[in-house]
Design a protein around this ligand. Structure first.
Ligand code: PRX
Length: 702
């Protein structure tokens, strides 16, 4: 929504994406006495308990929330930096902790409530007892029908249905490493991940509902298998869950001996029980692929013990989850938020976790609030993009529904204070406490957030480090930027924590260079103090110790809270034969925060045409998925380049965002800039904007 600013008589239209630029210090909001009265974490002494002097032993508090098969000997082993080991010597099973251990007290309580997108289908509750039965049966199938054992990898490409966490927990029961690929990713993207993880089994689904349509999802698996094969990985079995058992929603071919409908095989394993395998605390639990600054997504490898301890502890203290809560996180389980805060954290605490299949605004802008009312949800978790979307589509909808949230989360992108206030006043009805949680796929769980009953909220700021996390901002010269200086820099975490990934699957060197080389003080040191974790986000630290996250400082574009690598999109463009060069830049978007914009230069002799634009669009959708769809595709006569031939993405990003292009005199072809400007902005000169920090920085290190 655009708003109008009155400045010295002039009226300036400001879009929501630009509001961030005008941020000032915001006023505090305080949690209600009612919230504090019931909160899990009310002892201010937590700060002392998790202080540096008590590190790393403070994290015992989280590990002790779990049931261990064998207690650990060493809390943190730093002998091989930065490959930290947590709870060394301990043995534990994640599936046991999320399911079996709750049976005595909560067997008849809903573990999951599935809300199908069509409102004609009633929500389905899966009790802890039922979850236990289904996880066991599917684990038996994986073990006996597929021959899977601990350490094997399985790729799961599924939509938001209960069979997804059931598949994950069945893998975890056996010690099989799952790699869940977001259901909206294309067959190609899934295939690359199948190959990188060397999965022999792919678990998928025939179809699911989205925006009123039953989509054919299994079709993607054909492409995935083909791509994986090209990359040298053969998949032996494809397990296909069916949205309506007995009916097939997919028109794609069914290959006998390779493809199996789960509902046809599963009856053989009816009532079977599979003993949870006691896993080493350091055994990998799952891989989660994410985008980085190269074209190839990296498999973030997360450990069993430390990860589970960290998501359980933060779910309890920051999400304030109690077993009696109905908790709804609207993220997709195919992203890290879903892994940590739909599946593992909430279930480890015996909560009821809601899974919604479809689009938040389907069939209308009241849907989300109807679900909240019907299920009596009291904890709600979503992203700024979803909040902006719901605000735009139905500003006045929430008060029409009788639900009451005690707690709400925002995650994944910076949230504009104005949007935050709508979330607080209208969605939360002024009753709910809000946590703005900053973290990343690599981190396992929250890094910065307010402690909901202890710290005041400040719109637009994530807050201080959560217990046991010591963030710091460094400048480019390794100097710490002081609190309250108003200067932005690179946010780093000074210490290791149990939720940090172990490594990048199959690429230990990239793990070290990506996250640790930049600020490592001494490569030979075995002291963790010398190994700060570099997050690739810009941030400022206010005098009160609250961090405000400004966005990525690398080639990653955060589209609606989803990470996309510019190089990934560029590689997709280059698969179109007519394209000679491609450059992708982020552009500010009112709803999605940032979206990619594409520049292409064509091969000599090729004429620009709408057909080429279509082809590029199609290539991006096929290689990555619809989420990567660019806002515009500009066909340009040439790219701005340095004399050494380096493509200047910084200049293109400035043009796309109406920002100052800076010094272009050193380019090999400075004249092209005006040429492209006209193409993008039109003949008339446009007023220049002072873009947000991440856009100003984009491409400056090219
Ligand atoms: O730029 C930061 C942004 O999202 C990036 C991480 O994306 P991903 O690995 O997909 O994980 C998203 C969910 C944890 C970060 O580098 N980000 C995440 N949370 C916030 C945020 N930016 C501002 N405020 C947040 N609360």
């Amino acid at each position: 929504m655009a708003r109008t600013l009155q400045t010295q008589g002039a009226v300036i239209e400001t879009s929501e994406a630009q509001i961030a630029v005008h941020w000032r210090e915001e006023e505090y909001y305080y949690p209600s006495a009612k919230f504090v009265g019931q909160a899990n974490l009310t002892d201010p002494n937590v700060v002392e308990r998790f202080s540096e002097k008590n590190f790393p032993e403070c994290f015992r508090e989280y590990a002790d929330m779990l049931s261990w098969d064998q207690y650990w000997q060493t809390t943190l082993d730093t002998s091989d930096p930065p490959f930290w080991k947590w709870f060394v010597g301990g043995k534990i099973n994640a599936s046991y902790n999320c399911v079996d251990r709750h049976l005595a007290k909560y067997k008849n309580k809903a573990a999951l409530i599935f809300v199908p997108e069509p409102e004609s289908e009633a929500p389905v509750s899966v009790t802890y007892r039922e979850l236990y039965v289904r996880v066991n049966e599917f684990a038996a199938l994986l073990r006996d029908f597929c021959g899977l054992k601990s350490g094997d990898r399985v790729t799961i490409h599924m939509p938001m249905v209960p069979e997804l966490p059931i598949s994950m927990l069945a893998c975890a029961r056996l010690g099989v490493i799952h790699s869940v690929v977001f259901g909206g990713f294309s067959g190609e993207a899934c295939g690359m991940r199948v190959a990188d993880s060397q999965s022999q089994v792919l678990i998928t689904m025939d179809g699911y509902y989205r925006n009123g349509k039953l989509l054919d999802h299994k079709a993607a698996s054909e492409i995935s298998l083909e791509i994986a094969k090209k990359e040298g990985q053969t998949v032996d079995k494809v397990l296909v869950w069916r949205r309506h058992p007995g009916k097939n929603a997919s028109a794609s071919p069914f290959v006998k001996g390779r493809d199996f409908f789960v509902d046809e095989v599963l009856p053989k394993y009816a009532g079977e029980l599979v003993a949870p395998v006691p896993m080493d605390a350091e055994a990998p639990l799952f891989l989660m692929y994410t985008s980085g600054s190269t074209g190839k997504p990296k498999g973030c490898q997360h450990r069993t013990g430390g990860y589970l301890a960290y998501v359980t502890g933060t779910s309890k203290y920051i999400q304030d989850i109690h077993p009696e809560d109905v908790y709804w996180c609207m993220a997709d389980i195919g992203w890290i938020t879903g892994h940590s805060y739909i599946v593992y954290g909430p279930l480890a605490l015996a909560a009821t976790s809601v899974i919604y299949e479809g689009v938040p605004t389907y069939p209308d802008a009241g849907r989300v609030w109807r679900i909240a009312e019907r299920l009596d949800v009291n904890i709600f978790h979503t992203s700024p993009t979803a909040i902006r979307m719901l605000r735009k589509a139905g500003h006045d909808e929430p008060p029409k529904y009788n639900y009451h949230f005690k707690h709400m989360t925002t995650v994944g992108e910076p949230i504009e204070p104005e949007v935050w206030r709508w979330y607080h006043d209208t969605v939360g009805k002024g009753e709910a406490v809000i946590v703005d949680t900053w973290w990343q796929t690599e981190n396992g769980g929250f890094l910065c957030s307010t402690k909901p009953a202890l710290d005041p909220m400040k719109p637009g700021s994530a807050g201080p480090g959560v217990p046991g996390i010591f963030p710091v901002i460094y400048d480019e010269n390794n100097q710490e930027i002081a609190a309250g200086s108003g200067k932005a820099g690179n946010i780093c975490i000074r210490n290791p924590w149990p939720g940090i990934m172990q490594t990048i699957w199959g690429d230990h060197d990239r793990f070290v260079t990506q996250y640790y080389t930049k600020y490592c003080k001494n490569r030979n040191s075995k002291d963790w103090h010398d190994w700060p974790y570099f997050a690739s986000d810009g941030a400022v630290l206010a005098a009160d110790g609250y961090f405000r996250i400004l966005g990525r400082v690398d080639d990653v574009i955060n589209v609606a809270g989803h990470r996309l690598g510019t190089k990934e999109i560029e590689s997709a463009c280059l698969t179109v034969p007519e394209v000679a060069e491609a450059a992708v830049v982020p552009v500010a978007d009112e709803i999605k925060g940032r979206v990619p914009e594409v520049y292409i230069a064509l091969k000599p002799g090729v004429q620009a045409s709408p057909a080429i634009v279509d082809k590029v669009n199609k290539a991006i959708e096929t290689m990555i998925g619809k989420i990567a769809r660019p806002k515009h595709i500009h066909i340009v006569p040439d790219m701005p380049k340095t004399r050494s031939g380096k493509l200047m993405r910084r200049v293109l990003a400035a043009l796309s965002n109406n920002m100052n292009t800076g010094d272009i005199s050193t380019l090999a072809n400075p004249d092209i800039v005006e040429n492209i400007r006209e193409l993008v902005q039109g003949k008339e000169a446009v007023a220049l904007a002072d873009g947000p920090e991440d856009l100003k920085k984009f491409g400056t290190e090219d």
